[in-house]
Design a protein around this ligand. Structure first.
Ligand code: AMP
Length: 303
């Protein structure tokens, strides 16, 4: 695996790959790699002739008082994990190179970044879309892989790529979880024993809501309350938001009812101990309708 440390060198490698007619897959990360990241690399490995990974803890997506300085860093393990997962090239970005003195160009996606994390982390998505736009220009991949654990981020990046006519396919990949349901995250290392025991209860609450939706309940407030009540009853979880939105637009459902053809996104951000965790679940329209045609309240046959 080749390791490059400057934007210029990265651009030269992309040029080389393109000139050789090779398809390039790209997996941007902030490092402290875990199985979630590895799943994206393996998918890229499957689908592309060259795989580029990047590690860059992007300062512009952290707000004041957030965990930029403390963000986990495991550089030796990351090199091994990226190489074992089949990356051909690892780009290690640095702040002075990505944001040279006098830097003043930003990319913002509007509507999709307004709710959820956008509402509680002002400037966060501006940092994300800006750095991803830079990385896509440097790496020039044919496909770029993003995890649905960061659902809002994946949608915003997909929108940005479409709006800016970037010639890249954004591939959205499923959330990889621990055996007890906790979504894998670099930030899980912040969890002490008690917080670690509590953290999977976020996913359990999301699954509960999904079951209710699958049984045919289409009342937004009933679904949201199911989520909020099970989380609020838990002393170890401080909920920042718990929302039920249209999974395609991230807008609220008008009239308080989920229309038949719509998919539901249920999304949660919560503090657990010192960690801030996010998770979500999507209930596709097809699975809701199956629930309904099977006769509403019937619990049998749940997956
Ligand atoms: P991060 O290093 O946390 O910025 O994440 C880099 C990429 O990995 C993003 O596209 C994330 O959505 C994705 N990712 C992080 N955790 C997971 C997970 N548990 N399952 C799948 N993808 C993930």
């Amino acid at each position: 695996m080749i390791v490059v440390r400057t934007a210029r060198e990265m651009a030269l490698w992309s040029e080389r790959y393109r000139a050789a007619g090779l398809s390039v897959g790209f997996v941007p990360t902030m490092g402290a790699l875990h199985e979630g990241h590895v799943s994206l690399l393996l998918r890229a490995r499957d689908e592309c002739e060259r795989v580029v990974a990047s590690i860059f803890v992007n300062p512009t997506q952290f707000g004041p008082g957030e965990d930029l300085a403390a963000y986990p860093s495991t550089p030796d393990e990351d090199l091994r994990a990226a190489s074992e997962a089949g990356a051909d090239l690892l780009f290690l970005g640095s702040p002075p190179d990505m944001y040279p003195e006098g830097y003043q160009t930003w990319v913002t996606v509007e509507g999709l970044t307004r709710p959820l994390c956008g509402a509680v982390r002002p400037g966060h998505f501006r940092g994300v879309t800006t750095v991803v736009a830079q990385l896509l220009h440097l790496v020039r991949p044919h496909r770029a892989y993003f995890g649905l654990k960061d659902y809002q981020q994946a949608l915003a990046i997909e929108r940005m790529a479409r709006d800016l006519h970037l010639d890249v396919e954004i591939v959205k990949c499923p959330t990889v979880r621990e055996a007890d349901g906790l979504a894998m995250s670099s930030r899980n290392v912040y969890l002490g024993a008690r917080a670690r025991a509590a953290a999977p209860r976020i996913y359990r609450a999301l699954v509960d809501l999904r079951d209710l939706a699958r049984r045919g309940d289409d009342r937004v407030e009933a679904l949201r309350l199911r989520l909020v009540e099970s989380l609020a009853a838990d002393d170890d979880l401080q909920v920042e938001y718990a929302e039920v939105l249209d999974a395609d637009t991230l807008e609220e459902f008008p009239d308080g009812t989920v229309p038949p053809g719509a998919s539901i996104l249920a999304a949660v951000a919560a503090r657990v101990g010192t960690a801030r965790l996010i998770d979500n679940i999507v209930v596709p329209a097809s699975s809701r309708h199956r629930g309904r045609s099977e006769g509403g309240g019937c619990r049998r046959g749940r997956s």
